[in-house]
Design a protein around this ligand. Structure first.
Ligand code: BTN
Length: 279
């Protein structure tokens, strides 16, 4: 993909354009596109419960009840960002479900870099940051029976052409691709690039060849080797991050030397190093 791909007026991520760009993709077989939805994750979960096949993609331009992790809301103005969810039915056990979050985060970093030359960082478990500000969030929701995954829906909210300079409440904590590179980025080209990366990596994950996804995740994370506060809203335990396991759990060494793994929750990096410069 060429950095600075020109944005035409017709830059809506419409199913027919995606199919034309990715004719053989797992993620373009069934695409649900609606200009407005409550939440793409909620819609994808409804479809999953009705038996929709793996790979189904739900896209919208605006969400009226967009949701984030830990009961938070996800805000995005109409028609400038990417808001979509993907349905997975991987044949691996429930304890591996967050490897999908890791997979999606690594694919987002790759696609953003390919499209714009921008280096972004992954903040465990589900955020993409650039220059100290959040650019994207990932929400993984799932259902399982026994130890198997029945379905997993991974929703992505990626700020693409949102001019956050006009958002006084958000401009210090959030950013968009356009704000970082200085020109609008084609959402349709970016989404195609993300879906391509996702499919390539998902097939490797299914074959158990996921070591390289973890390596890439580690290379692009802002948490490994850092001092963090675990559960910053609650208990506030201080620890150093030592790694991530293949299920997406964070490995930490707490003060006093106790080694543990965190499957879900939040961490706050105590002394983040800013990154995300263009090459
Ligand atoms: C987070 O940072 O807490 C995760 C945010 C995830 C937002 C996306 S937008 C598309 C999909 N649909 C939702 O309702 N949420 C996810």
């Amino acid at each position: 993909m060429i950095p600075g791909t020109i944005v035409t007026q017709d830059d809506n991520p419409l199913p027919e354009i995606l199919r034309e760009r990715l004719p053989r993709s797992l993620f373009t077989r069934t695409i649900y596109y609606a200009p407005v939805l409550g939440s793409t994750n909620a819609r994808a979960k409804e479809l999953a419960k009705r038996g929709e096949a793996e790979g189904a993609l739900v896209i919208t331009e605006r969400q009226t009840r967009g949701r984030g992790r830990l009961g938070r809301q996800w805000h995005s103005p109409q028609g400038v960002n990417l808001l979509f969810s993907v349905l997975f039915r991987p044949a691996f056990s429930l304890d591996r479900v967050f490897s999908l979050t890791m997979l999606v985060a690594a694919s987002l970093v790759d696609a953003i870099r390919e499209m714009s030359g921008l280096n972004t960082l992954i903040k465990w478990p589900n955020d993409i940051y650039c220059n100290g500000k959040k650019m994207a969030g990932i929400l993984t929701e799932f259902s399982g029976g026994g130890r198997a995954i029945e379905y997993a829906v991974v929703g992505i909210g990626l700020n693409v052409n949102w001019d956050l300079r006009n958002e006084p409440e958000l401009q210090h904590s959030a950013t968009s691709l356009m704000n970082e590179v200085g020109y609008p980025v084609s959402r349709i080209a970016l989404l195609s690039c993300i879906l391509e990366a996702l499919e390539r990596d998902y097939r490797l994950l299914l074959r158990g060849e996921d070591g390289f996804i973890r390596d890439r995740w580690k290379r692009h994370t802002m948490v490994i080797g850092k001092d963090v506060l675990i559960d910053p809203q609650g208990e506030k335990k201080r620890a150093t991050v030592t790694g991530i396991d293949r299920n997406g759990a964070l490995l930490v060494e707490e003060e006093g030397g106790k080694v543990s793994s965190i499957v879900c929750g939040d961490v706050q990096v105590l002394f983040p190093l800013l990154a995300g410069k263009r090459d």
